[in-house]
Ligand binder design. Structure first.
Ligand code: COI
Length: 358
């Protein structure tokens, strides 16, 4: 157990916090946050403080060179059970893989987990209680050194903030534009890291997709624009001839924890899971031939979001006939039941967090 400084001011803000009826995703912020700074090669004290603005010099390196990484996790408290958190050690490991790629220091496991767990423990009443809702946790780290030279920062801040949230998407099914021109990531780049810059790189295409009436972008590989990669913030799956297919990971695809969990759940249900390079033209043929019956996006925020259709910029559409199909619905329900503590957990993926009060 590490030493944590609990600011006594958190009592007031927690006591005064009221959970609104309509949550949305990531709009309402929990009343407290965790913070820990890194300087002179060492991490300092972990603090739990009221949520609020932070101060930084305008020449802090993150503002110029985007040295920043983050994670997404969820805590659940459904039917009076919990709070539970899902596979937090996996997020910790990925955070440090992202840190390495972005020339940032590793965060010790006890700081990462204690910060996250304390936020949940003190905010247990802030965790929403309807199925499909959760407390979305956002650990992140950024470069704070005040200097404009292009060199890795020597000062960083690690924080965890949280947002009581509902579903990321409405239940309609996603309309997805295949991005044939821009690239989100490329071999040797930072695509596998959960770095803010990767998301910034996806935004222009997101505007284009939105203006054309679609809600998401399907990214292809950066070299040939031939193989399906991911959907920025979500991984991609397709059900073809009853088997579950997903792009084989490479250094431009995020290694999704939801992705891996779904693969395990599917395999254990007897569904054949195939990780491979997925050629977009082949997939479109499989959709036309109705061999591909379902496709879905998955991620911490989205859980499993069925895809209604894929589309080209010329307006051609490839509808998934059975887009809310059996496999995506079953996997979503299995995963959510586990995460919400409603189902047996043979994998030991779910951890209970003892609530704390001040
Ligand atoms: C998550 O699922 O945590 C994500 O990374 C998506 C987020 C960028 C909204």
């Amino acid at each position: 157990m590490i030493q944590v400084r609990i600011d006594p001011a958190i009592k007031n803000v927690i006591d005064n916090f009221r959970l609104p009826e309509n949550l949305g995703f990531g709009n309402i912020m929990a009343p407290i946050m965790a913070s820990c700074s890194y300087e002179n090669g060492k991490w300092g004290e972990l603090e739990i403080i009221p949520y609020g603005p932070i101060s930084m010099y305008p020449n802090a390196k993150v503002l110029h060179y985007a040295q920043e990484i983050f994670e997404g996790m969820k805590a659940y408290r459904i039917d009076g059970k919990g709070p539970f958190i899902f596979r937090p050690a996996e997020n910790f490991l990925r955070f440090n893989r992202s840190a390495e790629r972005m020339a940032m220091p590793h965060i010790p496991k006890d700081i990462f987990l204690q910060a996250t767990f304390d936020l949940i423990a003190y905010c247990s009443k802030v965790v929403p209680s309807h199925s499909g809702e959760s407390l979305y946790l956002r650990p992140f780290m950024f470069a704070t050194e005040e200097a404009l030279g292009i060199k890795p920062s020597e000062k960083f801040r690690f924080m965890v903030i949280a947002s009581p949230s509902g579903s990321y998407f409405t239940s309609e099914g996603l309309s997805v534009l295949i991005e044939r021109f821009a690239a989100r990531a490329f071999p040797g780049g930072t695509g596998f890291a959960k770095a803010g810059g990767n998301y910034a790189a996806s935004l222009l295409a997101a505007i284009k997709a939105k203006n054309m009436g679609y809600v998401q972008t399907l990214w292809l590989d950066g070299r040939e624009r031939k193989y399906i990669e991911e959907m920025s913030g979500m991984n991609f799956f397709a059900v073809i001839d009853g088997a579950l297919h997903t792009p084989l990971l490479n250094d431009s695809i995020l290694d999704g924890i939801t992705r891996r969990s779904i693969m395990t759940l599917a395999q254990d249900k007897g569904i054949n899971v195939i990780e491979r390079k997925m050629d977009i033209e082949e997939l479109l043929k499989d959709i036309k031939a109705e061999r591909c019956t379902e496709a879905f996006a998955c991620g911490t925020a989205a859980i499993i979001a069925p895809i209604n259709f894929l589309a080209e910029e010329n307006g051609e559409r490839f509808p998934l006939k059975n887009h809310e199909g059996k496999i995506s619905i079953e996997l979503r329900e299995d995963l959510l039941a586990l995460q919400e503590g409603r189902a047996k957990d043979p994998y030991h993926w779910v951890e209970y967090i003892e609530p704390k009060s001040i």
